[in-house]
Design a protein around this ligand. Structure first.
Ligand code: IMP
Ligand code: MG
Length: 181
């Protein structure tokens, strides 16, 4: 697996530091507030697992799984819910945890869907964003890192379901995925 990696973009140390900063900010913002953290499966689980253990407030968890129609490396904006929330989020304070915002189409769909259920508040926490490619304006309140427009894996992110368990965010060598933009 390690021979497939071309370059580490975000190191374990950088992730660790940023996760702690985000957790501190979230703990402050949601002090004395009942928080429901919603992880978007599967990509967000590694980030979420690290983030929640740094929180100094208590929070409930829930999960959603979505799939976007399209190829394995591009989203189309048409999102299918594979697993819905267990909880009713009406009047709840909800924080969505996402691995990466690329075009923003997936999260935009999720926001519209969840907003229609009447949460008291709904914010986004994403590990990564490819700033330049965003097609829809989104307010991401908690963002880990802005990265260049390159396909990345690791720390939850996959290529064909592989590489999620790498502890850093990296680019694969061109032999593995020639021609991905
Ligand atoms: P968007 O709808 O274009 O914002 O894409 C969001 C989803 O596409 C993410 O939740 C990821 O599952 C996937 N994705 C986008 N960019 C990457 C990447 O660079 N590596 C791995 N998955 C990605
Ligand atoms: Mg994926």
């Amino acid at each position: 697996m390690l021979e497939d990696i071309e370059k580490v973009l975000v190191t374990e140390e950088e992730i660790d530091r940023r996760v702690k900063e985000l957790a501190e900010q979230i703990s402050k913002d949601y002090k004395d507030i009942d928080l429901l953290i919603v992880g978007i499966l599967k990509g967000a689980i590694v980030f979420m697992a690290d983030l929640v253990r740094e929180l100094t407030i208590s929070a409930e968890f829930d999960f959603m799984a979505v799939s976007s129609y399209g190829s394995s490396t591009k989203t189309s904006g048409v999102v299918r819910i594979l697993k819905d929330l267990d909880e009713d989020i009406k009047d709840r304070h909800v924080l969505l945890i996402e691995d990466i915002i690329d075009t923003g189409l997936t999260i935009n769909y999720l926001l519209r869907n969840l907003r229609s259920r009447g949460p008291k508040s709904l914010e986004i926490c994403a590990l990564l964003s490819k700033g330049s490619k965003q097609q829809v304006p989104l307010e991401v309140k908690y963002l880990g890192f802005t990265i260049p427009d390159q396909f990345v894996v690791g720390y939850g992110l996959d290529y064909g379901e592989k590489y999620r368990n790498l502890p850093y965010v990296c680019i694969l060598s061109s032999e593995i995925y020639g021609g991905i933009s």
